[in-house]
Ligand binder design. Structure first.
Ligand code: ADP
Ligand code: MG
Length: 258
């Protein structure tokens, strides 16, 4: 892919985040074009989840700017850091950002179909028929159309995560954020979820993926970012970062995980 020719779609500049006195993100900047897949790598505690959570405003950045498709997230400075200007703005932003979590976070009291149509009906205002049609098409795509009427507890972890991905896609997000989507799965189920994610990348979805699946990151990413203690220690193409890591931190990390 020729990233230079595409316009910037996600632009994170000078991101800082502190929890009380603990600064965990110390000035992180990166950008991605539409259709790009960016992988965030790094040891546990390096700040990967916090960065994703700042991008979708589950956490409020302490400083910095984030732009999505040319629109700056409406953060306004307050004495204690930054705040979102309004709830409406917040929900608008969340609509453009779909997050898939390690622990699936499906609603246990709802069937698969109900899980998927809830957001489109309640937030996007789709009719129930439209939402069901969309959900059925998405379940087909993630390979579990036959499970639409069961409850999450009746599904394997891999199936639950595929439902969670379908639920996120049903909101038609501009960017998909994945936070270790396969880390809670039994090994034999990792492949089926990675395969769905590969399909999404191949169809041109813009994705930011926190993962420990190095094979996936190397094969699917356009850009790899390695974080160390809240800063970007290394960034580049998969071949650059995996093939010739420059920093000792990245070399040591890769030696452990590969
Ligand atoms: P990673 O996802 O790379 O494992 P995290 O972003 O979860 O790292 O965490 C980065 C650092 O921020 C860790 O030291 C973690 O303990 C700290 N941290 C994360 N969330 C909070 C929070 N809500 N309150 C206090 N510290 C937090
Ligand atoms: Mg994390």
């Amino acid at each position: 892919m020729v990233a230079e020719q595409r316009k910037t779609y996600l632009d994170v500049k000078g991101l800082h985040k502190s929890f009380g006195k603990l600064e965990v993100i110390k000035g992180v900047s990166f950008s991605g074009a539409e259709h790009e897949v960016i992988s965030l790598l790094g040891a546990s505690g390096s700040g990967k989840s916090t960065i994703l959570r700042c991008i979708n405003l589950l956490e409020m950045p302490t400083a910095g700017t984030i732009e999505i498709d040319g629109e700056r997230l409406p953060l306004k400075e307050t004495r204690n850091g930054m705040a979102v200007t309004s709830h409406r703005a917040l929900s608008n932003i969340r609509m453009g950002l779909g997050m898939v979590f390690q622990q699936f976070n499906l609603w246990a009291h709802m069937t698969v179909l109900q899980n998927i149509i809830e957001g489109p009906v309640q937030v996007l205002g789709l009719s129930k028929d439209e939402a069901v049609a969309r959900a059925e098409a998405l379940l087909e795509r993630v390979g579990i159309a036959n499970k639409k009427d069961v409850y999450p507890s009746q599904l394997s972890g891999g199936q639950q995560q595929r439902v969670a991905i379908a639920r996120t896609l049903a909101m038609d997000p501009k960017i998909l954020l994945f936070d270790e989507p396969t880390s809670a799965l039994d090994p034999e189920m990792v492949g089926e979820v990675l395969s769905v994610m590969k399909d999404l990348a191949a169809e041109g979805r813009t994705m930011v993926v926190v993962t420990h699946e190095m094979g996936f990151a190397r094969e699917v990413s356009d850009k790899v970012i390695f974080l160390h203690q809240g800063k970007i220690a290394e960034a580049g193409t998969p071949d650059e970062v995996f093939g010739a890591p420059k920093t000792a931190e990245c070399q040591q990390f890769l030696a452990k995980v590969l």
